[in-house]
Design a protein around this ligand. Structure first.
Ligand code: SAH
Length: 408
């Protein structure tokens, strides 16, 4: 059977080398060829002896998902639609910010892992009058440090059925393999010209694409290990963020096995509303979720958790919700990231007015909690949060059931 080397972390590659009677350091060399040079061809690996290359050719491959479509947004956001077989496609999105692309923008999806000065810059991004540099000049002219965030998927579809999410509407097909998760990074890195410029185009990874990463725990953790590996992508734990709808036992497992920056999709300040918006809340209610977040922080690479809160007009955007939210999260060191709802064809929700979102943010901030508004990026190519729908063969038959319910 052919082994796809994108399925293996350092331990897996070391095992493979040992089984073929190779010295352990060969696995490090292989890792660098695969992930740093983006090699897919064993013949390119010139510092490996020819017999080893021949053996690898006979037993292994380096195969990422096939790119079905590659689209770039007017704002520089780039989206890959990837074919993962049997009628399923997933999406990965790259969001460049700051200097390198000549941009000067506020935080986008990647702001769950802000730089040290992020709370300041995020506030600047959303309150124009506060945008002043120490010298008194407008800070919007000052070049921002480059950041390139890749948002990747963990499942084909999603079983959690959050009512405001395009992926949730599609239903679930299957978990992605490690090769399919890591393959998104491998492909993006290669397509973005790593190796040509020797710069790292991808500085941050967020597991905020399609799917619930903690519902595909083992594959996601192995993929995280590859992202963090110095012989592969060498990202620090602070620059890799996993976003979850709140699978409490898995949050505890992640804390023990591979703590990275954590974002939690809160979206409602009380159980009654969250039961409706994020149905997994019926299994893991807010009290348990917040306790898990507090435990996570003990081992986390950052001393806060990011709470994501999608803003839905007339549903969860009232001043009373903001006050309730601030009270709810008081005991957990956190930052709140408000995400203006991104529409998709079957959506029953609307994005609130900018003033409503600003008022909500101000109430939370006045309670002493950092809150930022996520800038929408890539919405012209349906690459914004919650718009990723790829194409999924729904084994849960959710669409059929919805339709049947609608027509009675
Ligand atoms: N399953 C993970 C990753 C989901 S996507 C999770 O639930 O966290 C990342 C974020 O985008 C989540 O906070 C998700 O709730 C949010 N999101 C989903 N649909 C959205 C939409 N239509 N508009 C804005 N944000 C959305």
């Amino acid at each position: 059977m052919t082994v796809n080397l994108l399925d293996l972390d350092a331990a897996g590659l070391a095992r493979l080398c040992a089984e073929s009677g190779e010295k352990p350091f060969r696995s490090r060399q292989l890792m660098r060829w695969i992930h740093q040079s983006g090699a897919a061809d064993f013949d390119a690996m010139t510092d490996l002896a020819k017999p080893l290359r021949e053996r690898l050719k006979a037993m292994a491959e380096i195969r990422a998902p096939r790119v079905a479509r590659d689209t770039t947004s007017a704002d520089g956001t780039r989206k890959w639609l990837l074919d993962v077989g049997t009628g399923n496609a997933i999406e990965a999105v790259f969001i460049p910010e700051g200097d390198r692309a000549g941009l000067s923008r506020g935080p986008a999806c990647g702001d769950a892992t802000p730089k040290r000065d992020a709370s300041a810059s995020a506030v600047v991004a959303s309150i124009p009058s506060a945008g002043r540099s120490p010298s008194g000049g407008p800070s919007s002219r000052a070049p921002r440090r480059y950041r390139g965030t890749l948002c990747i998927s963990s499942q084909a579809g999603c079983a959690l059925a959050c009512v405001f999410c395009a992926t949730g509407h599609q239903g679930f097909n299957r978990n992605l393999t490690v090769a399919e998760i890591v393959g998104q990074l491998w492909l993006a890195n290669r397509d973005l010209g790593r190796g040509v410029t020797a710069e790292r185009p991808i500085t941050n990874v967020v597991m905020m694409g399609m799917g619930e990463p903690l519902a595909n725990f083992d594959a996601v953790v192995t993929a995280l290990k590859v992202m963090l590996d110095d012989d592969a992508y060498g990202l620090s734990r602070r620059r890799v963020t996993l976003s979850t709808a709140g699978l409490v036992p898995a949050i505890d497992r992640l804390r023990e096995t591979c703590p990275v920056a954590l974002a939690v999709s809160l979206h409602a300040p009380n159980d009654a509303l969250r039961d409706v918006l994020v149905p997994i809340n019926r299994k893991y209610p807010l009290r348990e979720l917040l306790a898990a977040c507090a435990r996570y922080i003990e081992k986390a690479p950052r001393d806060f958790v990011t709470f994501e809160y999608v803003m839905l007009a007339g549903v969860n955007d009232a001043a009373s919700h903001a006050r309730q939210l601030a009270k709810l999260v008081q005991a957990v060191p956190c930052k709140i990231n408000l995400i203006p709802f991104n529409p998709f064809p079957q959506a029953d929700y609307r994005r609130p007015e900018a003033a409503t979102i600003a008022r909500f943010r101000d109430i939370v901030m006045q309670a002493g909690i950092t809150a930022t508004v996520r800038k929408t990026r890539g919405d012209d190519i349906d690459a914004a949060c919650g718009q990723l729908a790829g194409q999924v063969r729904d084994r849960t038959r959710r669409r059929e059931r919805r339709l049947a319910a609608a027509i009675g």
